[in-house]
Design a protein around this ligand. Structure first.
Ligand code: NDP
Ligand code: PHD
Length: 358
């Protein structure tokens, strides 16, 4: 797909679509990502005739207001998808592993935010700005990538298309909401306990997160890299369709509630100047460039909270390398482009592919 075709994706809104999928189910509707999915469905005017909300037995019967409708949460269980066409799911991996197969058997297509299905060879892993055509290959389940991977790949895609990405060194600064609703609760209580002179407790994170940085996200996975870091390696190659891309990640949890930040050094086969890279970022869908160091302008998590784009700044040449490196900083709202927005955009692509096939 060329950049101008991709640029048109920026303008995709489903408002012109009729609801080819009539019943939409949002699974995990009570969670950090699920809540934003509901917000996105309303703000993007996603077409459906009926909306069903599902979660665990802890939430059954709770009422959630979506647009001008009040909807009761139902139990996620076999049989729940008999009348459902499309599902947007944000549940823990093990929940997704169990329910997605029966949802597909019951006739639904599942867009899944969890990590469970992403590397399954039968499951497309999609960022609509990067590999929208892969949606046609689905066999019932489509995966949305890891949040740190998504924002990095949105930024790398235009550079890859113009100059072929060979190697990436990335350090992440990941918000506590990456660990779900419990993550932000723990950040606030940790800060409060420390300000009160108490010993901070911790459960969601490996260490107290208040006034701290934790260089571990996920569990130990491969040669000293964590599961979160290896997702950035494997998922990047799958989405970009290039097994030769080398990624060296360090993932760090920081005491910020919303917005993952990344410091990225990318080496390309064809050399790029900082000005050329900046132009490529500016022309790419889903990216906003904020880059004026002299006037203290660069992306920061507080400014990206609630926004759908990936924000890129501090774009500069790698002064340590051989002219093939570009360094930059990128930030996105992990609950939006890193999760809910990307999933809703995938569902929009599905609507369009079904509408144009029919
Ligand atoms: N937070 C982020 O930045 C990102 C998250 N993701 C992925 O999205 C998924 C959800 O994450 P997040 O929203 O942060 O997590 P939360 O913990 O905030 O929410 C989890 C949701 O899953 C539901 N759930 C949990 N167990 C069950 C069960 N047994 N049956 C039915 N529903 C269940 C919960 O329902 P209930 O309220 O009833 O317990 C809740 O709605 C995870 O797979 C995560 O890896 C992906 C990208 C980014
Ligand atoms: N693990 C990420 C968020 C996330 O949920 O990722 P995944 O969907 O790959 O488990 C974080 O904690 O910031």
């Amino acid at each position: 797909m060329n950049l101008s075709a991709k640029a048109s994706l920026r303008h995709i809104t489903p408002t012109f679509l009729s609801p080819v999928y009539e019943t939409l189910a949002v699974v995990g509707a009570t969670g950090a990502v699920g809540r934003i999915v509901l917000e996105q469905l309303a703000s993007r005017n996603f077409p459906y005739k009926r909306l069903k909300l599902l979660a665990s037995e802890r939430s059954v019967g709770r009422e959630i207001r979506v647009k001008d409708e009040t909807i009761k949460i139902e139990l996620l269980a076999p049989g729940a998808f008999e009348d459902v066409d499309i599902v947007i799911a944000s549940t823990p991996d093990e929940v997704s592993a169990e329910f997605a197969p029966y949802a597909v058997k019951e006739g639904a297509v599942v867009v899944d935010e969890s990590g469970y299905w992403r590397m399954d060879p039968t499951v497309p892993l999609i960022i609509p700005e990067v590999n929208p055509d892969a949606v046609a290959d689905h066999q019932g389940i489509i995966a949305s990538p890891n949040c740190s991977t998504t924002q990095m790949v949105v930024a790398l895609a235009p550079l890859h298309q113009a100059a072929t990405v060979k190697r990436v060194v990335v350090s992440t600064y990941q918000a506590t909401s990456g660990a779900g609703l419990a993550g932000n609760v723990e950040l606030k209580s940790s800060v409060r306990q420390m300000l009160d002179g108490e010993t901070p407790s911790h459960e969601t994170f490996q260490h107290p997160i208040g006034f701290n940085l934790i260089p571990q996200i996920g569990s130990e996975k491969f040669e000293g890299y964590t599961s979160e870091e290896m997702k950035m390696v494997y998922e990047t190659r799958k989405i970009m369709g290039d097994e030769n891309i080398q990624v060296c990640p360090t993932a760090v949890r920081v005491p910020v509630t919303i917005g993952h930040s990344e410091s990225i050094l990318v080496e390309t086969e064809k050399p790029l100047t900082a000005a050329e890279a900046t132009e490529l970022f500016r022309a790419a869908p889903g990216i906003t460039v904020v880059d004026d160091l002299g006037n203290h302008q660069y992306p920061m998590p507080r400014d990206c909270d609630g926004k759908d784009d990936v924000f890129v700044g501090r774009i500069r040449r790698d002064i340590s390398g051989n002219g093939h490196g570009i360094a930059f900083w990128c930030v996105s709202d992990n609950l939006r482009k890193g999760a809910a927005t990307n999933a809703v955009q995938i569902a929009e692509l599905l609507q369009q592919s079904v509408a144009s096939a029919g």
